[in-house]
Design a protein. Structure first.
Length: 196
């Protein structure tokens, strides 16, 4: 049995919990850094990355988040969560958690199209995934070990680097749980390796 945590400092926390539960897997909201030890995988939700960063510092989460990722436990960042994962953020000197070899640009789909929904083809996940974008970032550069999973209008909007998964959009805002399920499979695989 696995348990998934959703970082519960700000943003679309409950929606991710619901999506994981809908996949038949246990999910908890992570409010204190000590709770990270209880979970096998962690979702960083969408919201506002600068606010989340402020709260990560306020509640002293940063070291434990970095340790979680470097220990090989899977992390999935959606929208603002993707920004938290990136090693480089355009126009910013320092990253946040900085464990995924990508550069991201924030709010990169323009003022005219702040939020929209499109059907995306996501490699190994879906031909027609309903992707909701809200003031979304996109991946400008991806390192050699990063596998691009989806593009929209030529821009990278979903990618995976080993046990780290990230997307520009909000998979938790529709009933389609296929991407959440894909992450759950990553977590199961990582856990089985740990005990192999
Ligand atoms: N614009 C937000 C940021 O830069 C991300 C938006 C979202 O998570 N929906 O952090």
């Amino acid at each position: 049995m696995i348990k998934i945590g959703v970082l519960g400092l700000q943003g679309a926390v409950r929606e991710h919990i619901k999506a994981v539960l809908a996949c038949g897997v246990e999910a908890i909201e992570i409010k204190h850094k000590e709770q990270l030890q209880e979970v096998d995988g962690l979702i960083l939700p969408g919201g506002e990355s600068t606010t989340m960063r402020r709260l990560i510092d306020k509640y002293d989460f940063m070291n434990d988040l970095i340790k979680f990722a470097t220990s090989g436990k899977p992390m999935f960042g959606t929208c603002a969560g993707l920004i938290l994962l990136a090693k480089r953020i355009i126009g910013q000197d320092v990253p946040h958690i900085g464990v995924m070899d990508i550069a991201v640009e924030r709010n990169s789909f323009g003022r005219q199209r702040e939020s929209f929904e499109v059907d995306l083809m996501i490699k190994d996940v879906a031909e027609d995934f309903p992707a909701v974008f809200i003031r979304a970032p996109h991946i400008v550069e991806a390192g050699g070990n990063v596998e691009v999973l989806a593009k929209h209008e030529g821009r990278i909007v979903a990618a995976r680097e080993g046990h780290i998964l990230g997307c520009s959009f909000h998979p938790e805002l529709t009933d389609d749980t296929r991407l959440t399920n894909y992450f759950i499979e990553m977590v199961k695989e990582a856990k089985s390796k740990q005990f192999a």
